[in-house]
Design a binder for this molecule. Structure first.
Ligand code: NAG
Ligand code: NAG
Length: 517
């Protein structure tokens, strides 16, 4: 049983990688860093080829996650290659993401185990079902977002804090200290907001006597300094700028200089009123029931709720800043659901409770199906570049300009299959015919610039008011690439279309492939 649940968690995370293999702009720093580590290695001579010196993003980010991911992926890529299941560089993107998804899914399996131990088998089954039927966490867990590197150690910390027998009051300080070390490492290296999760955990561990103030200070100082040294050495090296501690730089830039608010300000209650419901779906109301019925759930969720409350003080809010608490809320929801379905006071009430829980899972599945289907169509840049590679696979001299929208919606370095680096050192080979194309993603070129630069033979251009500007006397439209626009209710339903066609996806042209005449 427990193996089946682990396999369900794992395959759900894998399915999202395979269904939506392309990536967006938020993921691109770490994706390209992983690409560069795989392609060029990490020695000083290799750094000149790295993408981040040209496309550096708003703030420097750490390389630690990407380097580890590339190294862990390397043996997997060798094995996959041995079995002949890698055809091109583009496939590597999927393997790298599958490795990340696997590592993170394992941490969910650990939390499931701890749930089983502390709250019983039914709660563990329900934890798995709620997690797998949600959308955001399984969809993003295999995406190279800094938060998805951070969630790996955070989940292990959650596991360490949760993993006790059902009525154990005693707590091994060792587990608490390990969890504290992991959270400090995460906050220093990957995502500074995790410090706000650590604070209530420290307070709680101290007040409940699981550790002492002296130990907290000792553990905190040692692991804090080690983590700072690690990130400063590694990242100063990769960014060639001494001294650099990316997360501190991020705090300075986003919080102290207030730059993050340029990305938008939300009301104070947004995390509670909009983002938690969106992340958790029906786990949200159930977790509130969990709070009412079980004091262990109250102490489980105290740090999570405090964390979200503290982050609410910052004007700029994004769901991914709070994603770390999703597994904890799912544990609470699972406990509540297990409580509901075990109601035996009256037959009718018991059945009703069972129906409510089943209905909530069905609702989750329906909403996640909709989100997954729309997301699959939401990476026109990736789709366009793959299409482009196919269309011109016989051509020799191709120099394609990749527009901003294409670069932001999936046209990643891994998809540049007809240009070096070919990663021959890990067994990938260039396409047999055409190679040495130039994929050019220079930003802010006007259509006139592109048309006048005779080197460009092709363009993957944005559709919009803009695209009209391309002089069609000089360019042929080869193909338009669609992307998700919205859902509309299907009016044919009355004429006997099936219930599965309740909604219809509307797509519209997003990108267009042009060839010089
Ligand atoms: C990409 O285009 C820009 C602008 O025309 C040009 O300066 C640059 O040299 C091109 N890159 C390559 C690799 O040819
Ligand atoms: C392109 O334009 C944007 C917005 O105007 C600007 O932030 C960015 O720095 C520009 N990029 C380059 C390479 O000039």
């Amino acid at each position: 049983m427990s193996t089946a649940l682990d396999i369900l968690l794992l395959t759900t995370c894998w399915a999202h990688v395979v269904l939506a293999p392309y990536t967006k702009v938020e993921e691109s720093f770490n994706l390209h860093a992983t690409h560069d580590v795989l392609a060029y290695g990490v020695l000083p001579d290799a750094l000149q080829h790295y993408d981040h010196f040209v496309f550096s993003g708003a703030v420097p980010r750490t390389f630690i996650g990407s380097v580890l991911l590339a190294w862990i992926s390397t043996p997997v890529i060798y094995i996959a290659n041995w079995y002949g299941v890698i055809n091109s560089k583009a496939d590597l993107q999927i393997y790298v993401r599958l490795v990340l998804a696997t590592l993170n899914a394992i941490t969910l399996c650990l939390i499931r185990r701890a749930t089983s131990r502390r709250y019983g088998g039914a709660a563990s089954v329900l934890f798995t079902l709620f997690t797998c039927t949600q959308f955001h966490l399984p969809f993003w867990i295999g995406r190279t977002l800094p938060n998805m590197f951070a969630i790996f150690p955070v989940n292990i910390a959650s596991y360490l804090l949760l993993n006790r027998a059902s009525n154990a009051q005693k707590f091994s300080p060792k587990g608490v200290h390990r969890a504290i070390k992991l959270l400090i490492f995460t906050a220093v290296v990957f995502r500074s907001e995790v410090a706000l999760l650590l604070a209530p955990i420290l307070l709680q561990s101290w007040l409940s006597g699981r550790t002492t103030l002296g130990d907290i200070i000792k553990v905190g100082l040692v692991s804090g300094l080690k983590s700072i040294a690690l990130t400063t050495i590694v990242d100063s090296y990769f960014w060639q700028s001494w001294p650099l501690w990316p997360e501190l730089h991020g705090i300075y830039f986003n919080v102290l200089q207030g730059k993050s608010s340029e990305w938008g300000i939300s009301p104070w209650h947004t995390y509670f009123s909009a983002m938690l419901p969106k992340l958790l779906l029906s786990s949200f109301p159930l977790s509130l029931i969990g709070l009412l019925i079980d004091s262990r759930i109250r102490s489980l969720l105290f740090p999570a709720i405090t964390f979200v409350g503290l982050l609410s003080v910052l004007g700029h809010k994004e769901w991914r800043f709070i994603v770390y608490v999703v597994p904890l809320f799912n544990v609470a929801a699972a406990k509540a659901a297990a409580y509901l379905i075990s109601q035996k006071k009256s037959k009718i009430f018991g059945r009703l409770c069972f129906l409510v829980v089943a209905g909530m899972l069905a609702a989750n599945s329906f909403l996640s199906l909709i989100s997954t289907t729309s997301s699959m169509a939401n990476y026109p840049g990736g789709a366009a570049l793959v299409k482009f590679n196919e269309l011109f696979a016989d051509r020799e001299h191709v120099h394609v300009h990749i527009s901003n929208l294409a670069a932001q919606t999936g046209a990643s370095l891994f998809l540049q299959t007809h240009a070096p680096p070919y990663l021959t050192q890990i067994g990938i080979h260039p396409p047999p015919k055409s190679h040495n194309w130039v994929y050019n993603k220079t930003e802010n070129l006007t259509q006139l610039d592109i048309t006048n630069t005779k080197d460009f033979t092709h363009v993957i251009a944005e559709v919009g008011d803009d695209a009209a500007g391309f002089a069609l006397q000089q360019w042929d439209v080869v193909e338009a690439v669609e992307g998700f626009e919205r859902w509309v209710p299907n009016l044919d339903l009355l004429k006997g279309a099936s219930i599965w066609e309740l909604l219809q996806m509307v797509k519209s042209d997003k990108l267009v492939i042009l060839e010089r005449k």
